[in-house]
Design a protein around this ligand. Structure first.
Ligand SMILES: [Zn+2]
Length: 245
């Protein structure tokens, strides 16, 4: 593409999908659309680090008449869905017509059995449904173990999960993990060239205004979080002033 992992590059990717006749779809509709032989794309975003870059990407998609599914972590140290700012950003994304999914981290439940993980997953998804007032029918598992990849619903039942065979077999799957398309650019895949359904995992944090390295992107994220923590501590305590040690 030449534009790399930039917003311009993402816009280019989306316009080429649209030009090739792809329509956006929700995971829960995929089986039906497959049966109807529709040319569709499942746009999936797992939010591992930060909500703010998600907003810009959600906006870009909405402007182009597309929607995607945003999978958010409930149990993470990186962001807070239930803070005033966090909830506002999620609501803004949903207000543009995007879907909400649960990004579930098994590591938050050390030693849990599969039935315990299933109960925990239901609890987290229920929490999102109550808080944001939308359905959350699909789960994406954060850093899935090999046992999860390609497994059937077990862990997340009755909800679907994105590593079910349906979402990587008949629907061609590509991911931008760690700031690169590890298995090649999606629009160079035989599936795209044949107009077959696609499932694209795009992490908003890697797509920036200008191309940079993944390590730099994460350092920038840590700097922003550090600044936010300083400001928040200062706003909540007269004892602390940013910069004073
Ligand atoms: Zn993740």
């Amino acid at each position: 593409m030449g534009l790399g992992f930039t917003h311009a590059g993402y816009r280019d990717l989306l316009s080429r999908l649209l030009a090739a006749g792809y329509t956006p779809a929700a995971f829960e509709d995929a089986e039906q659309l497959l049966a109807e032989r529709v040319t569709f794309v499942l746009l999936r975003h797992d939010i591992d680090f930060e909500l703010a870059p998600a907003l810009a990407m959600a906006q870009l998609e909405a402007e182009m008449g597309l929607f995607s599914t945003w999978f958010v972590l409930v149990r993470t140290e990186h962001y807070n869905l239930f803070s005033a700012e966090g909830s506002r950003m999620v609501e803004e994304i949903l207000g543009m017509g995007h879907r909400l999914g649960l990004h579930f981290d098994c590591a938050a439940y050390p030693g849990a059995t599969e039935p315990e993980l299933n109960a925990a997953c239901a609890k987290e998804a229920g929490l999102l449904e109550d808080w944001f007032g939308v359905d959350v029918p699909v789960v994406s598992i954060h850093r899935p173990s090999p046992a999860v990849v390609g497994s059937d619903v077990g862990l997340t039942a009755p909800r679907l999960h994105t590593y079910m065979p349906l979402f990587s077999g008949p629907i061609h799957y590509r991911a931008d993990s760690r700031g690169l398309w590890r298995y090649g650019e999606p629009l160079e895949s035989p599936a795209f060239l044949a107009g077959k359904p696609l499932h694209l995992l795009v992490h908003p944090i890697w797509w920036r205004d200008e191309e940079t390295t993944p390590a730099q992107t994460l350092n920038d994220f840590i700097d922003r979080r550090h600044g936010q923590l300083q400001a928040s501590v200062a706003a909540n305590s007269a004892v602390y002033q940013p910069g004073n040690r």
